[in-house]
Design a protein around this ligand. Structure first.
Ligand code: AG3
Length: 282
């Protein structure tokens, strides 16, 4: 049998991917980084044994964490990405010509460097865009101390184990809220609710305390196995989530984006939650 990678994220369930070819297998100062080739998904990036992104399905995740808040807001200039060292999130944000500045705070310089070499299609030259300000720092410290305000803040985290754990705490969310400009929106990677129900409940409890408008939306990403993934949504403006589909269509047309997953109808539908997910919300 050919070599396989078996993910070590969940106790009762694991996905396994055939490994055609290992391109990178090393420890950075913070985590174990692997990149391998799989016939169905292309290059696969794993951190500490957990799939972070694949060439094949990354578009779903990155489009839904960028275009949903950006097009809902309608006038986004200044964006903060926490994590996202592979550059996929920055790439997708920078496709909006209206965006003047993206600050990306990644804790692990190792991830940025090897992604440029082994996963160039992820960042697609985003690291060379003069609008990108790359900061290698702890996202939680940055959030607590930055004086800036952002129209959209995207938390592109790992799962809440290891270096990513602080990005799921109430105090981190509190600091993030203070970094939002008026009408700003915070979106978060919140795990696969069927597999990680407590993660969503925890974040939603915090958001309920913090935001006038809070909730989550969903998308199915094949390598985040176990059903749809949830994305947290927090804002003090209720207008953004209520925006209607025609307005989204006009904004998408004006932005001139050719996308693989996002459509205005998908955007609106993503906020309709299956009952088992709704029940996880406070
Ligand atoms: N962030 C990875 C989330 C991994 C979640 N996995 C899971 N719950 N099955 C993605 C980094 C890509 N920019």
């Amino acid at each position: 049998m050919s070599a396989r990678f078996t993910e070590t994220l969940h106790r009762s369930y694991a996905q396994s991917l055939a490994v055609e070819n290992v391109l990178y297998d090393n420890n950075s100062s913070l985590q174990h980084i692997q990149v391998f080739e799989n016939k169905r998904f292309g290059r696969v990036l794993t951190l500490d044994g957990v799939v972070q992104t694949t060439q094949g399905d990354e578009f779903i995740y990155h489009e839904m964490l960028t275009h949903v808040p950006i097009l809902a807001h309608g006038n986004v200039r200044n964006v903060l990405v926490i994590g996202g060292g592979d550059g996929g999130m920055a790439r997708e944000v920078l496709r909006h010509k209206s965006v003047e500045k993206v600050t990306m705070v990644e804790i692990d310089a190792g991830v940025v460097e090897f992604s440029k070499t082994y996963l160039p299609s992820l960042s697609n030259c985003a690291f060379d865009d003069p609008r990108l300000n790359l900061v290698i720092a702890d996202g939680a410290d940055f959030m607590a101390t930055s004086p800036d305000h952002f129209d959209v803040i995207i938390i592109d985290s790992t799962d809440p184990v290891g270096p990513g754990e602080v990005l799921f705490t109430d105090s981190f969310y509190g600091h993030a809220k203070r970094r939002l400009a008026e009408g700003g929106i915070l979106v978060t990677q919140n795990g696969v609710p069927f597999m990680q129900p407590d993660e969503l409940t925890g974040t939603m409890r915090a958001f309920q305390q913090l935001f006038a408008d809070w909730g989550c939306y969903i998308a199915s990403i094949p390598t985040y196995a176990g059903g749809p993934m949830a994305f947290g949504w927090g804002s003090d403006s209720t207008a953004a989530k209520a925006v209607d589909v025609e307005v989204l269509r006009a904004r998408l047309d004006a932005a001139g984006l050719d996308l693989g997953y996002y459509t205005p109808a998908v955007h609106k539908a993503a906020f309709s939650l299956p009952r088992y997910i709704e029940k996880l919300l406070p």
